[in-house]
Write a protein that binds this ligand. Sequence first.
Ligand code: SF4
Length: 63
Amino acid sequence: MSRPTPQCPIRPGEPCTLCQAYVTGPEDCQTVKLVMEDEDLRAELAVKRRQHRERMRQAQGGP
Ligand code: SF4
């Protein structure tokens, strides 16, 4: 049985594509680590996640 594809924590709604060198997933992705360690980038990510949730809700016919 195969594992489900993990989601990229910094690209809301997208799977991890192993786009960084020597990465095995989000767990050891240095890009994710850098974003999570930076207050401004974390805030920007929160905005992107909210926008993604909003798009998903609209796509599903929500208010
Ligand atoms: S390697 Fe890192 S930045 Fe690239 S898709 Fe996976 S988690 Fe996201």
